[in-house]
Design a protein around this ligand. Structure first.
Ligand code: CP
Ligand code: NVA
Length: 300
């Protein structure tokens, strides 16, 4: 089991999701197990983070473990030490690795050299811990989300790719509205479509939101795309989630955003702070779902 890790939702099956959700529910209601007692978990953050870093660090402490954060500037990684050497060194002292980085291939390289499990805390390709937790939040509210419709409006980025992977696991329909040229990852999309999932790529946010139980969006320029911010602001402006978009959704629909958000860009202040928004509940559940994932992967 030493190589078991969690790099993408594509590696999960429904039984494993069920285990994670059951544990997360218990940890939320009764507090977590002390399953990481005397274990050190290293968090390698090559990009900025508030929620992910805090929820993982807090979760490790609550599970009885000891978190250490490594950033490139504070380690030999910035001085060119190869990732394969870092991976083997981390494996000597620690029981698990949580990593946020740029190219997905980089976390795959870390996982291939590490002798301990690696959890993906976001790459350019996917953000699996976020979306698994978001599906937990939706399940708490709606029960089963199978055959329900979810809308993604905005960039076809790491979050959008993870929602596609989630559609495969949970069996919900997914409508994605994005500008031409900013569609999600083709391979991720084809895999889901080939499995018979109802996923549409649209150019109309209202059509995407129609009858959805959940409307999702994210920043127009992700980490690493800061130079494209002004260009993207123009291209993405018709894809803002506003009250008109939320009106097209189901009467019971919720608004979700992984945060950080840019009010007045991808979402209006009214929607973000409005009654349908569940962004704080969504952020809170990161803690319990990641505790469950770490309990399963790091306690062995
Ligand atoms: N949603 C999320 O991953 O937030 P951070 O970038 O603050 O970790
Ligand atoms: N798509 C965003 C998500 C941030 C949590 C990014 O990658 O920057």
């Amino acid at each position: 089991m030493k190589k078991r890790g969690f790099l993408s939702m594509q590696g999960l099956d429904r039984d494993q999701i069920w285990d994670i959700f059951e544990k997360a529910k218990t940890f939320k209601e009764k507090g977590p197990a002390k399953s990481l007692q005397d274990k050190t978990i290293v968090l390698v953050f090559e990009k900025a983070s508030t929620r992910t870093r805090l929820s993982f660090e807090t979760g490790i402490s609550r599970l009885g473990g000891h978190p250490i954060v490594l950033t490139p500037g504070s380690s030999q990684m910035s001085r060119g030490e190869p990732l394969k050497d870092t991976a083997r060194i981390l494996s000597l002292y620690c029981s698990g690795i949580v990593m946020r980085t740029f190219e997905h291939e980089r976390i795959e390289e870390m996982a291939s050299w590490a002798e301990i499990p690696v959890i993906n805390a976001l790459t350019d390709l996917v953000h699996p811990c976020q979306v698994i937790s978001d599906c937990f939040t939706l399940s708490e509210r709606f029960g089963s989300i199978k055959n329900k419709k979810i809308a993604w409006i905005g960039d076809g980025n790491n979050m959008a790719n993870s929602w596609i992977n989630a559609a495969v696991l949970f069996g919900f329909d997914l409508d994605i509205a994005c500008p031409k040229g900013y569609e999600p990852d083709r391979m991720t999309l084809d895999r889901a479509i080939n499995k018979g999932l109802k996923i549409r790529i649209l150019d109309d946010p209202i059509e995407a939101a129609r009858n959805a139980i959940c409307v999702n969006t994210d920043v127009w320029a992700s980490m690493g795309q800061e130079d494209e911010h002004a260009l993207r602001a123009g291209i993405f402006s018709p894809f803002q989630v506003n009250e008109g978009v939320m009106e097209a959704a189901d009467d019971c629909a919720v608004f979700m955003h992984c945060l950080p958000a840019h009010r007045g860009q991808e979402v209006t202040q009214q929607v973000l702070e409005g009654e349908q928004s569940i962004i704080w509940e969504q952020a809170k559940n990161r803690l319990y779902v990641q505790e469950a994932i770490m309990d399963i992967l790091f306690s062995e």
